[in-house]
Design a protein around this ligand. Structure first.
Ligand code: B12
Length: 150
């Protein structure tokens, strides 16, 4: 049994975790779920290879506090651009906080221009897979409302 709370509380908004459209890796998603739960968040983990339509449907259903897109197969930049563009086109999802992270490019972390493009397309933050990236992600998480751990 999970030591972390997973059932919804009234008014509780989950964090949606989604793998990139083309990305079949799963342990990154398990890692993120555990990290988020350890930091007081309820998680709805959509798993790998999440198409935009599914992410949009789930975001409308759950009204998440945050959407976290994770990609490690090297296509994160292109997949991530496609995802956030479609998400932000939906009138009810223009303001939901959304971030992306992982091993986003085939030649290492995204460069400044790519990070700027991802942000301009609608991500609130872009994290690389370094320890500093995870630390920055946790600092951002600390700004979200947290569930009381029981
Ligand atoms: C296992 C594995 C696979 C398995 C996945 C099985 C499964 N069900 O998950 C299989 C065999 C299917 C696979 C396939 C492929 N893989 Co693979 N795979 C790996 C491997 C060996 C381990 C991945 C893993 O599970 N890590 C454990 C998790 C916990 O760590 P992680 O994924 O790195 O996530 C961490 C960070 O990235 C970061 N992070 C991730 N997301 C986010 C999000 C946020 C917000 C933040 C803050 C941090 C963060 O935090 C996590 C913990 O530190 C890695 C190499 C490696 N040693 O990392 C290659 C690797 C990820 N694979 C790679 C590649 C290229 C592929 C393929 C394209 C190979 C191919 N030609 O077919 C395919 C892609 C298939 C697809 N459609 O996506 C490359 C990606 C290279 C890149 N990004 O430039 C890697 C890095 C291997 C390499 N060195 O080349 N793979």
């Amino acid at each position: 049994m999970s030591p972390f709370p997973t059932s919804p509380a009234p008014g509780d908004q989950p964090v949606l975790v989604a793998g990139g459209i083309s990305d079949s890796h799963t342990w990154n998603l398990v890692y993120l779920q555990l990290l988020l739960e350890e930091h007081g968040q309820r998680v709805v983990n959509l798993g790998p290879c999440v198409p935009e339509e599914l992410l949009i449907t789930e975001a409308l259903a759950h009204r998440p506090a945050l959407i976290v897109v994770s990609s490690v197969n090297g296509h994160g930049y292109h997949d991530g651009m496609r995802t956030i563009t479609r998400l932000r086109e939906h009138p009810e999802l223009t303001a939901v906080p959304a971030v992306i992270g992982g091993k986003l490019g085939i030649a290492g972390p995204c460069g400044d221009d790519e990070v700027a493009a991802l942000r301009a397309a609608g991500y609130d933050a872009v994290f690389d897979d370094s320890a500093e990236g995870v630390d920055a992600f946790l600092r951002m998480l600390a700004t979200l409302p947290q569930r009381a751990l029981v």
